[in-house]
Design a binder for this molecule. Structure first.
Ligand code: ADP
Ligand code: MG
Length: 236
């Protein structure tokens, strides 16, 4: 897609701003793979409002800052574009880490992993849940770099970045921060900055949370490019 002309109105998207499939209500109407549609079908038919508002943009490759209350279906709003991006790129075992999804707690990360299993059931992508606690970090070290999608808590991800000899994420395509408002909080600042500094800047970034962050500093930290702000207040 060509860049906007020099005299383009202020605010025009770098990619021209055209958003196909913007009026879709059902998952099966979206431009997504048959494999993903088959995974969704038994459980999910109609999109929730945040999914309807964000997926047409995220599936175009745009950065997203999405806000919608707890329980509104934000998980699928980022898991679907992650899976589709890697599927379209024919991502395979030798391509390594293509997406990192960061969540503030082990419990939430576990829930994301369960949802990814449903959506990714028919795909051949590999995924790992990297969280602190019961699992031995050394046992993970051999496999992390060959996994395509990492769902992790910041501490455990950083531990691998620092300690795992062959850890590689230079091909990263999509970074997701779930509960972004919490992730951008002071509590995680040190860890998150250390993580971000090791990630390639050229990537898609999806941030979802219950409240909208528009702090210019936060956006600069994450090198968001021309993000789409999507805020959904009431569920329809
Ligand atoms: P959030 O992250 O916004 O708090 P979740 O992604 O955890 O919300 O989703 C909350 C619940 O809604 C989950 O049980 C999920 O399975 C369900 N859900 C999400 N999207 C849909 C949908 N389009 N149709 C039906 N149920 C959905
Ligand atoms: Mg959530």
């Amino acid at each position: 897609i060509p860049p906007p002309p020099p005299d383009a109105p202020v605010g025009m998207k770098q990619d021209g701003g055209f958003t196909p499939f913007a009026g879709c209500k059902l998952f099966r109407q979206l431009p997504i793979s048959r494999k993903t549609k088959e995974g969704l079908k038994p459980k999910y038919k109609e999109m929730s409002e945040i999914q309807r508002a964000s997926l047409p943009h995220s599936l175009c490759g745009r950065d997203i800052l999405g806000a919608a209350k707890t329980g509104s279906g934000k998980t699928l709003a980022f898991i679907i574009p992650v899976v589709e991006k890697l599927y379209r790129a024919r991502w395979g075992p030798e391509d390594g880490v293509g997406s990192i999804i960061i969540s503030p707690t082990k419990e939430l990360a576990g829930q994301l992993f369960e949802e990814l299993k449903i959506i990714g059931k028919n795909h051949t992508l590999s995924a790992g849940l990297l969280i602190g606690g019961r699992k031995d970090v050394d046992a993970e070290k051999d496999s992390v770099s060959s996994l395509n999608i990492l769902i992790c808590t910041p501490g455990r991800l950083l531990q691998h970045m620092n300690e795992t000899a062959n850890f590689e994420c230079s091909q990263l395509q999509v970074l997701v921060l779930d509960e972004a408002d919490r992730m951008l909080d002071k509590k995680f600042k040190g860890e998150l900055d250390a993580i971000i500094s090791q990630l390639p800047k050229r990537r898609q970034t999806l941030l979802f949370s219950a409240t909208q962050t528009k702090s210019v500093k936060d956006l600069a930290r994450l090198s968001l490019k021309d993000p789409e702000y999507i805020s959904v207040h009431a569920e329809s």
